[in-house]
Design a binder for this molecule. Structure first.
Ligand code: ATP
Length: 239
């Protein structure tokens, strides 16, 4: 994996017609760190990630990855600038073999010897994908498809990985497997921005978090602080 770069977001605002989905959101993900965004349904988590990736228009806001200003960069070029994106719901190409899905993740880069090396790294991270490389992605279980979606994003050799609800719909055992993958990516120095409704997973996978309510930051803190906060425990951990 490549070394992670810091992401800086300042004053991000996203509107859909009259709906204000994200309001003046500012945060930083330090290089090589994992930051989580938790919040209820409709809080604005997905819109935040999509706006960082350029998949929905930013009404206002500044973005920087390392020293590079990302204002006006298209989603395709976000990949070239080093941002990988794992969408909510996985969106793998079910009619294509596993390996073809992975190779499509490298589309924005020149295919060279490093593409093969990255493919080997992905198979090392997810041995099951190597075993099933010739099977159609549609034949994979939900958990395996989530691994494939993460592997596909890693094929672009990102410096920052955005993950939208990777635990959605998975059994507790598979959520543990996702956590192990996130911790490994973090230990290898990749920068992670993780959006989740599963606050428990998020606190275990990240060093700090934002709690988003109605499109705005309601709380921030280290993951250790937040997981012990009485309000967070009641609302987001159901304790
Ligand atoms: P979820 O966990 O359900 O995905 P979320 O926290 O990711 O929720 P968003 O999907 O970002 O929240 O939605 C934020 C707000 O924007 C919600 O009020 C939602 O209804 C609205 N919204 C999202 N996408 C659109 C869209 N394409 N058009 C209009 N409104 C939208």
């Amino acid at each position: 994996m490549t070394t992670g770069l810091a992401l800086t977001v300042e004053g991000l605002t996203v509107n859909y017609g009259g709906v204000s989905a994200v309001r003046d959101l500012s945060f930083e993900v330090p290089g090589g760190e994992a930051v989580g965004v938790i919040g209820a349904n409709g809080a604005g988590k997905t819109s935040t990630l999509k706006a960082v990736m350029g998949l929905v228009p930013r009404r206002s806001g500044r973005l920087r990855l390392g020293d590079v200003d990302l204002g006006g960069v298209s989603a395709r070029n976000m990949v070239r600038h080093g941002i990988g994106y794992v969408p909510e719901g996985r969106h793998v190409f079910t009619g294509l073999p596993v390996e073809k899905n992975l190779l499509l993740g490298a589309y924005a880069r020149k295919w060279d010897s490093s593409t093969k090396a990255t493919l080997s790294e992905v198979y090392d991270l997810f041995p099951v994908l190597g075993e099933m490389r010739h099977r159609l992605a549609g034949a994979l279980s939900g958990g395996q498809q989530q691994m494939l979606a993460i592997g596909r994003a890693l094929m672009s050799q990102p410096r920052l990985l955005l993950l939208d609800e990777p635990s959605m719909g998975l059994s507790p055992k598979l959520v543990e497997d996702i956590l192990a993958v996130l911790l490994r990516l973090r230990s290898e120095g990749l920068t992670l921005l993780l959006v989740e409704q599963n606050a428990k997973l998020t606190f275990e996978a990240t060093s700090s978090c934002l709690v988003v309510e109605n499109g705005a930051v309601a709380m921030t803190g280290t993951s250790a602080e937040l997981r012990n906060d009485p309000r967070v425990r009641q609302i987001y951990l159901g304790l």
